[in-house]
Design a protein around this ligand. Sequence first.
Ligand SMILES: Cc1cc2nc3c(=O)[nH]c(=O)nc-3n(C[C@H](O)[C@H](O)[C@H](O)COP(=O)(O)OP(=O)(O)OC[C@H]3O[C@@H](n4cnc5c(N)ncnc54)[C@H](O)[C@@H]3O)c2cc1C
Length: 243
Amino acid sequence: DTLVEWCVNRGYGGLENLSAIPGAAGAAPVQNIGAYGTEVKDVIEKVMAVSVTDGRIKEFSARDCRFGYRDSVFKNEEKGKWLITEVWFRLTTRPVFELGYSGLKDEAERLGGVTLRNIRQAVINIRGRKLPDPASTGNAGSFFKNPVLTNEAAELIRNKYPGVTLYPDPSGGVKVSAGWLIEQCGWKGRRIGDSGVWEKQALVLVNYGRATGREILELSEMISKSVYEKFGITLGREVEIVE
Ligand SMILES: Cc1cc2nc3c(=O)[nH]c(=O)nc-3n(C[C@H](O)[C@H](O)[C@H](O)COP(=O)(O)OP(=O)(O)OC[C@H]3O[C@@H](n4cnc5c(N)ncnc54)[C@H](O)[C@@H]3O)c2cc1C
């Protein structure tokens, strides 16, 4: 977020929708961080990395990174092999704002109009209203990815549940909101011991104090099971499990 703020303050557009995502710039390409219609891959030119085995330096073009939805080569075949030391961004002084996310434009307009600074602030405001602050309530952001369905599968769900939240996916399929699926299974706001599902965003699992990693994992497995039983959809994790 320090980098996003730095860019916005200098009038460089491209990263503003990624405001307030915790983490270091070097980690951003690993899972191709994204929010509010922007993915970091949209502005990454290249990534420089050092091999953890022999110290060799390698340049990965954006294409080499094989970015996907919360995914890259660094989470797959190159996992654990490289230390990212530089990320090169292609930003613009004439930003084309990404305002597709419902509510973002309205929030920016409430702040005085659609500008880089107002979009950043709008994202911060919206996130602040919906997401728990990790400084006070332990969480890792979205626990699950939004599943990508075939058009046929999405149509079946839409027919059965007209209120379902669906988005077109660049792959040609249709993304279904994992938060919506979890909410439909009655998990939103539920708490088991100190582990729970955030009351304002069902995609976020929280630790209210002394839950263990195992308890959070068990809660996530119960959620996945009920989503599978109700919708026949398998939820993939966005988080990494550290043994
Ligand atoms: C409240 C909250 C909200 C969040 N919101 C979002 C969101 O909107 N969108 C989103 O995409 N993510 C979101 N996240 C997830 C998180 O912020 C990202 O995954 C972030 O990129 C992690 O950064 P980090 O520096 O903490 O990396 P870590 O968690 O330390 O590492 C993540 C992975 O990257 C690897 N890694 C880290 N740095 C490097 C490096 N320099 N070289 C090679 N590998 C490296 C690690 O080995 C690990 O596998 C959110 C998290 C929280 C807590």
